[in-house]
Design a protein around this ligand. Structure first.
Ligand code: GLU
Length: 305
């Protein structure tokens, strides 16, 4: 078997020239405080084995990676009804762009851009009970780690700088695609984005997507095989914002990124891979994280193409 530990340790050194080429997100002030030179990477194999390197045990702000888990929750409760509220096409725009939202009558292109995540969360919030607890408990269950929690400082910072997300939510409400109170929705959205998880947590949390919704580690199936397949398809086509094409070209895996510098990628049938490096490229994806995943799929021949 390939020496995964040696591969990860090699990558942790080989990405060194990539530091300083991107920029830590600063439009959410609390994220600007994160040290730029962090690097962690973890893989979780379907067999139960896991390997990691660098800062893989350190929790960071998962930001938009949370959109993936909220989509899982929404799909497990509402099935294909989710697709009446959001599309499944790439947007070709920035994650916080509103440009198409009015032209397309308040129905966002996909669940991974901000308006799409707001619409998906709005649907989830229609269930009885506190959506924040539901999301936190789901992440703890997926990561098998009861310490997974929200970073209050990031949450408050984000809520204080949420004008664009607030504008999107109001626009969609005007078109009848948001039903909850906009302020409640925004607070819950900032809560999900401010959840802190490590690469090790994320790799385990992502495994059901690689294994048809069911793993030997989790007590019950997280998703049906068909749902896992569909979410992978939407990740592949929409998970990396408007650089999804070049990411598929370079890395060749379904993945979801967040402006905290994390990327969670899925090797269907085999494993999930999480990487964290806070400096972002011009599209909002981790510069060094993308480099690391490109090296990983090249060295391990795990790209799907
Ligand atoms: N919380 C971020 C926002 O709403 C998420 C964006 C991201 O991670 O891409 O702007």
């Amino acid at each position: 078997m390939l020496d995964y530990q040696a591969t990860l340790d090699y990558i942790a050194e080989a990405v060194e020239p990539g530091f300083g080429k991107g920029k830590v997100a600063d439009y959410i002030p609390a994220l600007a405080e994160v040290p730029a030179r962090k690097f962690g990477m973890a893989i979780q194999l379907a067999s139960g084995e896991r390997f990691s390197t660098g800062d893989a045990h350190e929790p960071f702000s998962i930001q938009s990676i949370s959109k993936l888990f909220v989509l899982e929750l929404a799909m497990s409760h509402f099935g294909d009804m989710v697709w009446t509220r959001v599309g499944k096409e790439p947007s070709g725009d920035r994650f916080n762009s509103m440009i198409k939202l009015e032209m397309e009558h308040g129905v966002p292109r996909n669940p991974f851009i901000n308006p799409g995540a707001l619409a998906t969360l709005d649907l989830l919030m229609s269930l009885k009970g506190d959506a924040k607890h539901r999301i936190r408990n789901f992440l703890r269950y997926l990561a098998m780690n009861d310490k997974v929690d929200v970073d209050d400082v990031v949450m408050r910072s984000e809520l204080g700088h949420a004008s664009l997300n607030r504008a999107m939510a109001h626009l969609m409400k005007g078109y009848g695609n948001i039903h909850m109170d906009v302020e409640d929705l925004l607070e819950t959205y900032c809560f999900q984005c401010a959840m802190a998880m490590s690469c090790e947590d994320l790799a385990l949390a992502g495994l059901p997507l690689a294994t048809g919704g069911y793993t030997e580690m989790h007590d019950s199936a997280v998703l049906s095989a068909a749902q896992a397949k569909r979410i992978n398809a939407v990740m592949l086509t929409c998970g990396m914002y408007d650089s999804v094409g070049s990411f598929a070209y370079r890395v060749g895996l379904p993945a979801k990124s967040g402006v905290g510098g994390g990327i969670l990628a899925v090797v269907p049938g085999t494993m999930s891979v999480a990487v964290w490096a806070p400096e972002l490229d011009q599209f909002g994806n981790s510069y060094v994280g993308t480099m690391a995943l490109e090296m990983f799929t090249k060295l391990t021949r795990t790209g799907i193409f």
